[in-house]
Design a protein around this ligand. Structure first.
Ligand SMILES: [Zn+2]
Length: 306
């Protein structure tokens, strides 16, 4: 298994994306026709998995059939010289997709968190995000005509006679912030979100709006959701979150005061936790955020500092 504990799930750059090949029709056709080609089949955002809950990869004749029968496929990249593709079986009933892939069932890749090889988790998430985009960009937003896939599935082009607009996959950035209290003892801010379980706390997060920098979004979200002014923003890392199109950008920041005032809409409660309190929570079986989330990394690295 290829692993790297420092890299949040679903990223890591394991697969060579071979962007230069996307517009090279000849070489792409050769990769598709190659007996070593691999296909990741997906059904409506879900992996097709074996009875052991391992994602199915089609190879040989099965891969060749899906790559040639008109199924929507996209080029993900190259692994060890062989093309890696994803196929969208969403047009078929679930049972038919499962049978076609020789799978046992379908499952959301996030349900496999912590059990998958990180490279496989990243490939499945990449495939899911790109195929989701295709399913929702079938028509041009400018003229209403159909769009068609090109460049290995990384561009769609409007077929409208006077349009021809090119559509590219969009990423929706969101910020996620570990806010520290001013002064001592060291404390970090965690909040209970609307809809969350009674005792489920996590760090604060929000979408970046049009016309905002990441830093603007951090300052606005912290003010809106928790009534705090933050300074000293430090970038911590990012995480691919293609569910369906997210990119989580992690920051650390310091609050100007201890006073917290939640909005009561998105956040029901927010409070400061010392490291000892967080450790007591984990010892009592309450995990520090989702194991596959950057939240887990932000909290884990903060805990490791004291
Ligand atoms: Zn158009």
């Amino acid at each position: 298994m290829r692993t790297d504990e420092r890299v949040p799930a679903y990223g890591g750059g394991w697969l060579h994306r071979a962007g230069a090949l996307r517009a090279d029709a000849e070489r792409l056709a050769a990769l598709r026709a190659d007996a070593c080609a691999t296909v990741l089949p997906l059904w409506r955002d879900r992996c097709l998995v074996t009875a052991e809950q391992m994602p199915v990869r089609l190879v040989g004749a099965e891969a060749a059939r899906v790559l040639a029968d008109g199924t929507q496929t996209v080029f993900l990249g190259v692994d060890d010289g062989a093309g890696v593709f994803a196929a969208d079986l969403s047009a078929r009933p679930e049972a038919e997709a499962v049978a076609l892939a020789g799978a046992a069932s379908t499952v959301d890749v996030r349900r496999l968190a912590g059990r998958l090889d990180p490279a496989e988790a990243a490939a499945q998430a990449y495939a899911r995000g790109l195929l989701h985009w295709h399913r929702h960009q079938g028509w041009c937003g400018s003229c209403g005509a159909r769009t068609t896939s090109r460049d290995g599935g990384h561009v769609r082009r409007c077929v409208g006679a006077d349009c021809g607009r090119l559509l590219f996959p969009r990423i929706e950035p969101a910020i996620i912030v570990l806010v520290e209290a001013p002064g001592s003892p060291d404390r970090c801010l965690m909040a209970r979100h609307a809809g969350a379980a009674e005792d489920a706390y996590s760090t604060l997060a929000g979408f970046v709006e049009v016309g905002e920098s990441l830093e603007d979004a951090v300052r606005r979200e912290m003010a809106e959701e928790a009534g705090i002014t933050v300074t000293g923003l430090v970038y911590q890392g990012s995480q691919a979150w293609p569910f369906p199109a997210g990119l989580m950008v992690g920051f650390r920041a310091t609050a100007a005061s201890d006073d917290v005032r939640v909005d009561g809409v998105e956040l029901l409660e927010a409070r400061w936790f010392t490291r000892d309190e967080l450790r007591a929570r984990t010892a009592a079986g309450r995990p520090l955020g989702r194991i596959d989330s950057i939240d887990h990394h932000l909290l884990g690295s903060w805990l490791a500092e004291g």
